[in-house]
Design a protein around this ligand. Structure first.
Ligand SMILES: *Cc1c(COP(=O)(O)O)cnc(C)c1O
Length: 404
């Protein structure tokens, strides 16, 4: 069944200009239909998508198992509140727990909400001992609600919205010595992304996460990992922390959690989870049957199609293409940072013209932190699609003017 566009991109854009708040910078394209790593606009033009759904569509647009599960579920029950038990939520929680550290789940609808829940849980857990301080890391990103925004140690997101929530402190990224100074007997938790996404696909320095885990344990602070972007297979393991032989006390996951359907989750070790008693925290739509059925179908797809292994191979294929680009234009390529299908190419120049030129050539990519090309391709992207898209990217970068 294909969606029929009833109006042109121009008509939709005009409608937005009149009726939708302009808080996003949007490309002048209205997308109407997607399949795998292809997506079509209202005029029928096809694009190759190296950034499907901003990381949410990690198993491609309209993954068949997810489409089927959601279709079936909407005809049975669309929503019931968390005053009742529902089969899909329990099953989804078990699948997530089994693939991580055997913890318990709280479901919500987004990354910011999951991080809000994590901050509340950490404070509630430490409250009796006077532990309320939350430490986060510079260039991190945790969402736009006040707690998550305060946790986001990037001044550009705070400006004009002050005052922030009290009780937060920030450490430079990959700086264990700074953490050693900040974590004290008033610290409830350290919250960070194992790999920074929005901050530019920044990998942890060797030993950093392991050292931080040890420090938190010694000082009685919780370690919260924000795996909103890295979670559910993005980096070649179910969760990024699994590369480092550590476990967090609390983990948050959203974006790809339910194959593109809105969903978020907090997973906590049982002793920490036990802090939350009835009435302390809630989400009306959290863990609804549609999101949970979609989530179950997402995990089934990754399992059935061997997509964790595939993710590693995709990352290496991108790496070899990027090495060719670097050889051709060493003046423009500063660093290649890849972990599975979490892919960063840091340039020496602003990356926004590259995004624009790729769009014109029918390739959708993202730029973050000014100079970093960020790709979050689907785990089921085909080799030909990778090669074709990288050829486009190569052409675009090769044609940029020489840097001084
Ligand atoms: C996207 C993102 C968030 C925010 O998620 P929303 O669903 O937009 O609230 C939080 N943390 C990380 C690491 C993210 O990438």
């Amino acid at each position: 069944m294909s969606h029929v566009a009833h109006q042109s991109s121009a008509e939709t854009i005009a409608q937005f200009d009149r009726y939708v708040i302009g808080n996003y910078r949007r490309y002048p394209v209205c997308l109407v239909r997607g399949e795998g790593s292809w997506i079509w606009d209202a005029e029928g033009r096809r694009y190759l998508d190296f950034f499907p759904g901003w990381g949410c569509n990690m198993i491609g647009h309209c993954p068949p198992r997810v489409v089927e599960a959601v279709r079936e579920q909407v005809g049975e029950l669309i929503h019931i509140p968390n005053t009742w038990y529902m089969e899909a939520q329990g099953q989804f929680a078990q699948l997530l727990s089994d693939r991580s550290f055997g913890g318990q789940c709280f479901f919500c609808n987004s990354g910011a909400e999951a991080n809000e829940a994590a901050i509340k849980l950490a404070r509630a857990h430490g409250h009796a001992a006077g532990r309320t301080k939350i430490i986060t890391v510079e260039h991190g990103f945790h969402g736009r609600t006040y707690g998550a925004l305060t946790a986001t140690a990037q001044p550009k997101y705070h400006v004009g919205f002050e005052p922030m929530v009290p009780g937060f402190e920030y450490a430079p990224h990959n700086d264990l010595a700074a953490m050693e100074k900040l974590i004290d007997d008033k610290t409830a938790a350290v919250l960070l992304e194992p790999i920074q996404g929005e901050g530019g696909v920044n990998l942890p320095a060797p030993g950093y996460l392991e050292g931080l885990r040890k420090l938190c344990t010694e000082r009685g602070a919780l370690l919260i990992l924000d795996e909103v972007q890295t979670g559910l297979g993005r980096t070649g393991t179910w969760f990024a922390y699994q590369h480092y032989g550590i476990e967090p006390d609390i983990m948050t996951v959203a974006k790809a959690l339910a194959g593109g359907v809105a969903a978020g989750v907090l997973i906590a070790q049982k002793n920490v989870a036990a802090t939350l008693k009835p009435g302390m925290h809630a989400s009306t739509f959290g863990g609804n049957p549609i999101a949970c059925r979609a989530g179950i179908a997402t995990i089934e797809t990754i399992d059935a199609e061997g997509l964790l292994e595939r993710g590693k191979a995709i990352g290496e294929r991108f790496r070899s293409h990027f090495e060719r680009i670097r050889t051709a234009r060493p003046d423009l390529v500063k660093e290649i940072r890849i972990m599975g299908v979490m892919i960063g190419l840091e340039l020496t120049v602003d990356a926004s013209t590259v995004v624009q030129k790729c769009l014109e050539a029918g390739l959708l990519i993202n730029a973050t932190h000014g100079t970093v090309i960020r790709l979050l391709p689907a785990l089921n992207i085909l080799d030909e699609q990778i090669d074709d898209g990288c050829a486009t990217l190569f052409d675009v970068i090769r044609s940029l003017p020489a840097t001084a």
